[in-house]
Design a protein around this ligand. Structure first.
Ligand code: PHE
Ligand code: ZN
Length: 853
């Protein structure tokens, strides 16, 4: 890879020009699309002579300045820009150009997903459609006319409201859309296709009538109901909780199969990865239903946090993403189970963000530089960003937080702003000084908190020491300011003290008067995104007595981790842990929550604590523990399974979901016994259940324990669902995650399957991406797992760099690997950086992992 350009936040400059209005005409043909772009532009910096527009891979046809056609002496075309020379203070510019959406496999700009034309413009896709000042702080009013063959593309959509339509006598028709809200180009969208639709309506609190439409491939209409229900719930919730109302008469959602990410919040026209729209009980799991609810809400919430108030520049991305993730997490918590939601969110944070934050790709939630902005749609910007907003919420309290968000909306509506502006609103309406808190935006890495306790003559002293990791460049970073929820429990589990401590210094002491030595329940609700380091061991007690659902869960996890680590050192299984596990099995509680408590720590969770990582000892110890628990509690596990297994039920209420989740957890644990009895149960569940949740749970168990039964079940599954790509994703994932011998060969062969297509990101993620998370086979000591994924990364980079750099994530663990794996991985990664045509996306991640330059 030759020179790469790094972009810095400190180099931000205001745009020299601004676009007032942008009228677009798209003529969509089978081979190409012609774009006519009429902009009214105003010069902001009067000293500036030339207008520089972003423009990538465009074929220019003509340019007109104030209706006069420009000859070639008046403009300059470079690789990524089009410069119009000598322009006035206020002018009209018309640009006509040609693009080839049918050939666009990067899925940025205008492209085709199957027979549907669609767009993806965040962050910098618009410059692949037409020359433009493609940055989020340039906001214009858009009018869009789409023209296409009426038979093939009866549905033509863009942002805002529908204005007019016409017919041409060559079989084409046209529709004009107008969006009254000025917006940055990254929120522009269009869709054309022959689509099915379902309709819904919502009356806002000020009695405005909104019509909602969800479009999908024909035949899938009935699978959109859950998405529509979720959209209404989200609209209502944002009115109730944030006082935010929808601002157009129309809300359109379109589901497409080929999409790089989850979904996109384009104004009035969200475009979704079909995974987050389509569901019914036969084809989607309970987790899929939950995912749809939260992504639909997420995109809806962006209308206020993202669209009406947008980002000044892409370094501010967490301004909209961290905040919107926090909003969707609270929404899901309110609609489902608060305790389960919080644990799921923390789990996701640790599995991805903590790994990222301890690698050389670590970055602050507000980075100060990037090579490829597409690489910064990270767990850090999103999930850690959400944790930072949650801390602000905790510091301010519900009421002041609401005042502060009101102030934020009122002050910055219609503007493109910075995270500093958000913090200003939070601290002025919240009455909290957030100066030191700001470090969460600018420092990277996960801080640790060392906890020391002393009890002495009625005095309990808690000493907290922050251990702040260095930045990636080795420079020292400063202590954080954060809320730490704690409680002190007496020996019966009663809370004798409950407090939110404010921690701000490197070392801090908190003193409490208590008659006996209390038991500490710390970082309740995971009030700060940190790692707690404790030396004592009250886990068994806390698992039993703590009233805080998060700490109860956390204690079970920590106890599990310590037990497995002791086994890795050759010690016997800690029977105290086994007893505590049994206690959970026997306790009455919400079943989804119980299923979480019964989950043993992931290999990844244990791995994160090791100085040097080797996978085999971890999963060998974990498997041994699983088997021991299954043997010890066989009867109880069978009883829970039988009680909750209702093969004929497909209800989606919390109780039914909980039943499925706890009984599948028990069955999975029982499968460690490798007994015929359990295999028969899984087989019966596969054949008898009517939900996808039950079927994939059974299939996964069969795949990992019985080649004979799994062969039959997999064949049945394949025959039944081979034409349903969303279900085929599950099929590929189960096979790619398999622990059986020969998994790599099977994964390689599956690439030739008719249902597989390397152009579709979902399929690549479920086959190659899932394989790269299969610790056993990806990290195999023959190095073939690494070789395969790197080969794929290099191939796929030529098709879609964003998809390829996604695969690079699996290598973020490089630095912590044992010497054998590290050497093998390095050999392969070296191939990536020496590939002459590698994209900047992949180069940025891999060169950081290898610490090049
Ligand atoms: N802005 C989208 C979201 O978080 C994510 C996205 C980014 C989608 C880039 C596509 C491309 O809702
Ligand atoms: Zn988002």
């Amino acid at each position: 890879m030759s020179k790469v350009e790094t972009i810095y936040l400190k180099d931000y400059k205001k745009s020299e020009f601004t676009v007032k209005t942008c009228d677009l005409v798209f003529e969509l043909f089978e081979e190409h699309t012609q774009v006519t772009n009429l902009m009214s532009i105003i010069k902001v910096d009067k000293n500036c002579k030339n207008l520089v527009l972003n423009s990538v891979d465009l074929e220019l046809i003509e340019i007109y300045l104030n209706d006069a056609k420009l000859d070639e002496s008046r403009y300059v075309i470079e690789k990524e820009t089009l410069t119009v020379l000598d322009v006035g203070d206020e002018f009209k510019l018309i640009i006509i150009n040609k693009i080839y959406p049918q050939l666009n496999s990067e899925l940025e700009g205008l492209y085709k997903s199957g027979n549907i034309f669609c767009t993806q413009n965040e962050p910098e896709g618009f410059r692949r459609i037409t020359p433009y000042i493609d940055r989020p702080d340039v906001m214009a009013v858009f009018k869009t006319t789409l023209v296409a063959n009426k038979e093939r593309y009866p549905i033509l959509l863009s942002n805002g409201n529908r204005e007019s339509n016409f017919r041409l006598d060559d079989g084409r028709h046209g529709i004009t859309w107008f969006d009254p809200h000025p917006k940055p180009s990254y929120l522009f969208a269009l869709v054309a296709g022959d689509l099915g639709v379902i309709e819904g309506k919502f009356i806002t609190k000020s009695k405005k009538y909104v019509r909602m439409y969800i479009y999908t491939d024909k035949g899938n209409e009935s699978k959109c109901k859950h998405a529509m229900k979720s959209l209404k719930e989200a609209m209502k919730w944002d009115e109730d909780v944030y006082g935010r109302e929808y601002d157009l008469d129309l809300y359109n959602i379109v589901a497409v199969d080929s999409f790089n990410m989850g979904a996109m919040e384009n104004k009035g026209l969200n475009i979704f990865n079909s995974t987050y729209v389509l569901a019914d009980e036969d084809t989607a799991t309970d987790a899929n239903f939950m995912g749809i609810q939260s992504v639909i809400a997420h995109e809806y919430f962006h209308n206020w946090t993202g669209n009406r108030i947008t980002c000044r520049d892409w370094f501010q991305l967490t301004l909209k993403e961290g905040l919107t993730v926090f909003r969707d997490q609270c929404f899901s918590a309110d609609l489902n189970s608060k305790e389960v939601q919080r644990i799921e969110d923390v789990k996701a944070l640790r599995e991805r963000q903590f790994v990222e934050d301890s690698s050389p790709t670590a970055h602050p939630i507000q980075p100060n530089s990037y090579i490829a902005i597409n690489n910064f749609y990270t767990a850090t910007v999103y999930e850690k960003g959400a944790e930072i907003i949650r801390m602000i919420y905790t510091l301010l309290g519900e009421e002041k937080y609401r005042k502060a968000t009101d102030l934020y909306f009122q002050t910055f509506d219609g503007q493109a702003v910075r995270t500093d502006d958000f913090l200003w609103a939070m601290s002025s309406a919240g009455g909290v000084d957030l100066k030191q808190f700001e470090r969460w935006y600018h420092q990277s890495g996960t801080p640790k908190l060392k906890v020391d306790e002393k009890f002495d003559g009625g005095k309990y002293t808690l000493t907290l020491t922050q251990i702040v990791p260095n930045a990636v460049d080795g420079s020292a970073q400063k202590p954080y300011f954060f809320p730490l929820k704690i409680a002190l429990l007496d020996e019966s589990g009663k809370e004798i003290e409950k407090k939110t401590l404010i921690v701000s210094k490197e070392i801090e002491e908190f003193v409490f008067k208590t008659s006996a030595k209390p038991i500490l329940s710390i970082n309740r609700d995971f009030s700060a995104p940190i790692i707690i380091e404790q030396t004592h061991n009250n886990y068994a007690f806390l698992m039993k007595h703590d009233k805080n659902s998060f700490v109860k869960y956390e204690s079970a996890q920590s106890f599990g981790v310590e037990t497995i680590e002791a086994m890795m050192r050759g010690e016997e299984i800690d029977e105290e842990f086994v007893k505590s596990y049994g206690h959970i099995l026997d306790s009455e509680m919400d079943l989804s929550y119980k299923a979480l408590l019964l989950e043993l720590p992931s290999v990844l969770a244990i791995m994160q604590r090791e100085e040097v990582v080797d996978f085999e000892p971890i999963y060998e110890a974990k498997e041994k523990l699983q088997k021991h628990l299954a043997l010890t509690f066989k009867e109880k596990l069978l009883e829970i399974y039988t009680q909750n297994h209702k093969p004929a039920s497909k209800e989606l209420d919390a109780k039914s979901i909980g039943e499925r989740s706890v009984k599948n957890r028990c069955l999975k644990l029982l499968s460690a016994l490798e007994s015929d009895e359990v295999i028969m149960m899984a087989n019966a569940q596969y054949n008898g259940s009517i939900t996808m949740t039950d079927r994939v749970a059974a299939l996964d168990i069969l795949e990992n324990s019985s080649p004979e039964f799994s062969a039959v079940a997999l064949e049945h599954f394949y025959k039944k669902y081979k034409d349903d790509t969303l279900v085929m994703n599950k099929y590929f994932s189960i096979l790619a995650a398999s622990h059986r011998d020969g998994t790599l060969d099977r994964v390689m062969a599956l690439q030739n399957d008719d249902a597989y297509n390397e152009l579709v990101p979902n399929l690549v993620r479920s086959l190659i991406g899932v394989f790269a998370r299969n610790y056993k086979h990806f990290h195999a000591k023959d190095g073939l797992g690494y070789r395969f994924v790197v080969d794929k990364m290099i191939d796929i980079d030529k098709i879609n760099p964003q998809m390829a750099s996604g695969l690079a994530g699996a290598f973020k663990i490089y630095e912590k690997l044992n010497s054998v794996n590290k050497k093998l991985m390095k050999t392969e990664l070296d191939r990536v950086v020496s590939e002459p045509s590698i994209s900047k996306n992949v180069y940025e991640i891999v060169s950081k992992i290898l610490k090049i330059d």
